[in-house]
Every structure is written in structure tokens, then in C-alpha cells.
Design a protein around this ligand. Structure first.
Ligand SMILES: Cc1ncc(COP(=O)(O)O)c(C=O)c1O
Length: 348
């Protein structure tokens, strides 16, 4: 129980905290990876920790179905489908996104896990938010007519309750870093819908944990990433009647590495992914942790991360996104040289 809220316990926590020996040596930092990509099922990822709280709440309200929103390739949607399957619930995803031309990556996994995906055509004269809200109302009504009780989960599971999953992760990580004797570790996380960052920050501040947190924004934020975080924290503070204040300058969120768009194919990000794959055998994703790692490589190069510093990256997992067409085709071009087509019987 955290801040008076109960959760389901379906995870294989603590997830490993692993030292990346080859990269540590090559980059001159003491480099660790927190393996939240290894969380139990649905191919893993950060959303499972949030869903432990959200689905407990859904159950306590007698819900029979989970409905969430995101892009067509939402990782959070895929993990919502996975948890719904485990707990005998239906699931659906509403995405204001055109059909991507193929059922690949997360869309494929959603179907395998029995989740209905509603791809809603974007409308030029209405904001995506408005279109999404209307689609959610309609899909909810459709299912409720059939007798389901629908529980709505916002984008990324990032609300007051979902953030608690990463409050718990901060506590878990502080125990691991203490056991390893790591001094002043600096934790990096990807910041998208901000629930992961916020949960970690709240856990660190409220429990006075010896961790320093930096979030790397992976897309541009309309009102600036820090003001979004400040507004989110205000909602949390009110919800749990917390006395803790977190000043805007305490939200260390970097907007320099968003690469100008959400989930866009970016050469430096792919190069960061190749580096991690070739040194450590770990596959990062092109939308989230890959972008964060590309940012960290730049921070090491420019001295914003000091030589010898202990850094931890939270690997949230979204590896399935590599298999979406727009990322895959770019990689296919770059990786062609690794494919050798050989006919041993061809004449010379
Ligand atoms: C793989 C992965 N990493 C990181 C994030 C970002 O987490 P948050 O949305 O809590 O900021 C997401 C969000 O969808 C994700 O799917």
C-alpha cells in the first residue's frame, strides 16, 4: 500500500539493476540499467507497474472492461490488454490515428491478446483531444449497452493513481543502489505522459531517497515540459492531501532531445540503439528509451554528465515498436550489409 492506496501484485519485482560493463568502460561512466523491460508479461514495460494500481481500482468499482487511449502503436494499450486478459476482463483501445497500413508490432499483439482497437480518423477541423473524447464516449456506450462496465484509463496510465507504480519503483531502486553501495546515483527516465517521471519524483521527495532524477522529454510539450509537470504535481498533491511542495526548479526535465516529434524516426536514436545492441545485447525502442539513451550519449560527449559519474537509465521497454513500418524501413536500409544471401550450390 502506498499513500493509502492498494494495488494488485502481479509483477516479478524487484526488476534487475544491471551494470553495463562494456559501455561503462567505453563511455567513462559507471553505467547501470534498471530492467523494467523485464517485467512479467505482455512483453513487459513500465505501464505494468501503473496498472497494478489502476486495475485494483477498476476491480473495486466492479468494472468488467478496461478502455484506454493512445496512438495506434501504444505500448500502454498493449499492456492494458495483457492485464485485462489475466484478470478476465475485456479491453479496448481508442486511437485517433489512421490505419498504419499493416497490423504489426503492438497492433498485432493487441489482437493476439483479444483487445479491440478503434482507429479513429483524425479530423482537420477538430483537435485530436475532442475527437478522442467523442470516440471514447461512443465506444463506452456501445460496450455498456452490451452489459459491460467500462473503466477508463487515461493516456499512459498517467493519473494520480498510476503514478504510484513508480513511487514504489523509486523505493525499490533506492534499496538496490544502497545494497550495491552506489554513491549519488543519477537516475534518468523517459518523460512522455509524465506518470513514470512523476511517480519517481514523488517517491524520491516524499521518502527522502538518495537518488537524483532527470527526465528526458521525448516529444515537444505545448506549454513546456516543466509547467506540465508542475500542473500534474498539483493534481497529485490535492488528490492525496499531501503537504509536500515540489518547486518548479526541482523538476529536472530536459527538452533538448525530443528530436522535434513523437515517435519519429531519427538517425541518432537508431545509432544509440545499435550501440546498446552491439555492446550489451539489449534492445532499446526507437520512441522512448532509445531517444533517452541518444540524449545521454550527447550529455556525456558535451560534459553535462561527468566522467566517472554513476548513472542509471530506467529501461521502460517498447521494443515492439521497432517492428512498426516507419522505424523498420529505416533500419532495413542501414542494416542491409548484415544480410548475406548465399547459395552454396551456385556456379562460380
Ligand atoms: C516504453 C515506454 N517508455 C516510456 C514511456 C513514458 O512513460 P510516461 O508516459 O509515464 O512518461 C512510455 C509511455 O508510453 C512507454 O511506452
Amino acid at each position: 500500500m502506498t499513500l493509502g492506496r492498494e494495488k494488485l501484485c502481479f509483477l516479478n519485482t524487484p526488476t534487475p539493476l544491471e551494470r553495463l560493463n562494456r559501455l561503462s568502460e567505453e563511455l567513462g561512466v559507471n553505467f547501470y540499467l534498471k530492467r523494467d523491460d523485464l517485467t512479467s508479461f505482455g512483453t513487459g514495460g513500465n505501464k505494468l507497474r501503473k496498472l497494478e494500481y489502476l486495475v485494483k481500482d477498476a476491480q473495486s468499482q466492479g468494472a468488467t472492461m478496461l478502455l484506454t487511449v493512445g496512438g495506434a502503436q501504444t505500448n500502454h494499450g498493449r499492456l492494458t490488454a495483457a492485464v485485462a486478459a489475466r484478470y478476465s476482463m475485456r479491453s479496448a483501445i481508442v486511437a485517433v490515428d489512421p490505419y498504419p497500413g499493416e497490423i504489426s508490432a503492438n497492433l498485432l499483439l493487441d489482437g493476439i491478446m483479444g483487445c479491440s482497437v478503434y482507429l479513429i480518423k483524425p479530423e482537420p477541423n477538430r483537435s485530436a483531444g475532442e475527437v478522442q473524447a467523442e470516440a471514447v464516449r461512443r465506444v463506452t456506450a456501445q460496450w455498456e449497452e452490451k452489459g459491460e462496465k467500462v473503466y477508463f484509463i487515461p493516456t499512459g496510465g498517467s493519473n494520480e493513481l498510476g503514478a504510484l507504480g513508480y513511487y514504489d519503483c523509486a523505493v525499490e531502486l533506492a534499496e538496490q543502489t544502497k545494497a550495491l553501495g552506489l554513491e549519488h546515483p543519477r537516475l534518468f527516465t523517459t518523460a512522455g505522459s509524465l506518470g513514470t517521471y512523476m511517480g519517481l519524483q514523488l517517491g524520491i521527495k516524499n521518502e527522502k531517497l538518495p537518488l537524483r532524477l532527470t527526465g528526458i522529454g521525448i516529444m515537444p510539450f505545448k506549454n513546456g515540459i516543466v509547467s506540465e509537470a508542475v500542473a500534474y504535481y498539483q493534481r497529485i498533491k490535492t488528490f492525496y492531501s499531501l503537504e509536500l511542495d515540489i518547486a518548479p526548479e526541482e523538476f529536472d526535465l530536459i527538452a533538448d532531445y525530443d528530436c522535434g516529434g513523437y515517435n519519429n524516426p531519427v538517425r541518432e536514436v537508431r545509432e544509440a540503439i545499435y550501440l546498446m545492441g552491439r555492446r550489451e545485447g539489449i534492445i532499446l525502442d526507437p520512441c522512448y528509451t532509445g531517444k533517452t539513451f541518444a540524449g545521454i550519449l550527447d550529455m556525456i560527449k558535451t560534459g553535462k554528465i561527468r566522467q566517472g559519474e554513476t548513472i542509471i537509465i530506467l529501461n521502460d521497454a517498447g521494443t515492439t515498436e521497432i517492428y512498426t513500418r516507419h522505424h523498420r524501413v529505416e533500419m532495413e536500409k542501414e542494416l542491409q550489409n548484415y544480410i548475406h544471401i548465399v547459395d552454396l550450390h551456385a556456379q562460380k
